[in-house]
Design a protein. Structure first.
Length: 265
């Protein structure tokens, strides 16, 4: 085997270090969770959660830990991990590693912080039960929604309004239907990602790459889109169908409004 072929996997790994490290970290934690007893796994999730009690106790390390721990059955990791890898790899292909890492942090930490402040206000106003301070809040979804929002800057100008409208309307619909802080966090992280994507598109990422939509990035984008929908849709029911239809309508309207007008004759 030629040396260049033998080292090809290493060259690919060097191009996507953030994606690789995050994916391997999730796999390692999932294997750890599978080896724990049920009480042990519950303790791990609780200690890594960015709930109000942990944050009030000064456990700021949960802002990192919570991004690698999931509440789902660890054996289900293999169902959604490829989609997350597609999303992160596309972001790293676009912006390089440092900007992808920044976008992940913005979505995860920014979404967590806004949700925490909102819960404190809701508690003081009596809008939520006091038990919310101990609710678990872990997983990759805030980070993922931040990256999905930021992808708006990767598309041609005529596609950006439709992309933003689709995700904003779908995420807002699920936040309305579910009435829980996790869904609100998805919407907040998405909004933060859209702001980051607008900045990246307007020259803030001058060192980034002009992406040519060849089959590889198109495949990554398809996997990222499917993963993003899976983050928002727990199960496909009437509410999910309504949210997706509203998103499609909003995307169509946004695309029509942004289309260049043709002057007659």
């Amino acid at each position: 085997m030629p040396f260049s072929q033998a080292t090809a996997p290493l060259r690919w790994a060097a191009r996507f270090p953030v994606t690789l490290c995050y994916v391997l970290g999730l796999v390692a934690v999932a294997l750890l969770q599978r080896g724990l007893s049920t009480p042990g796994e519950e303790q791990l999730v609780s200690s890594a959660s960015t709930n109000l009690r942990n944050l009030a106790d000064g456990r700021v390390q949960t802002l990192l830990e919570s991004a690698f721990v999931t509440e789902e059955d660890p054996s289900r990791l293999w169902l959604w991990l490829p989609g997350l890898a597609c999303l992160l790899a596309l972001g790293e292909l676009l912006w390089r590693s440092r900007r992808l890492a920044g976008t992940i942090v913005l979505g995860h930490v920014g979404g967590t912080a806004v949700v925490a402040v909102g819960l404190v206000v809701a508690l003081r106003l009596g809008w939520v039960e006091s038990s919310v301070v101990d609710d678990d809040d872990v997983g990759v979804s805030y980070a993922a929604m931040g990256v999905i929002g930021a992808l708006v800057g990767a598309f041609p100008r005529r596609v950006r309004p439709a992309w933003a409208a689709w995700w904003l309307v779908v995420a807002a619909a699920f936040a309305w239907f579910n009435q829980d802080f996790t869904s609100v966090g998805h919407l907040v992280s998405l909004g933060l990602g859209l702001v980051a994507g607008a900045w990246l598109a307007r020259g803030g990422a001058a060192q980034g790459r002009r992406l040519r939509w060849t089959p590889v990035p198109l495949g990554l984008a398809a996997g990222a889109f499917a993963f993003g929908v899976g983050v928002l849709v727990d199960e496909f029911d009437g509410q999910a169908a309504t949210a997706l239809l509203l998103g499609a309508a909003a995307a169509a309207l946004a695309a029509g409004a942004s289309a260049p007008s043709r002057r007659p004759g």
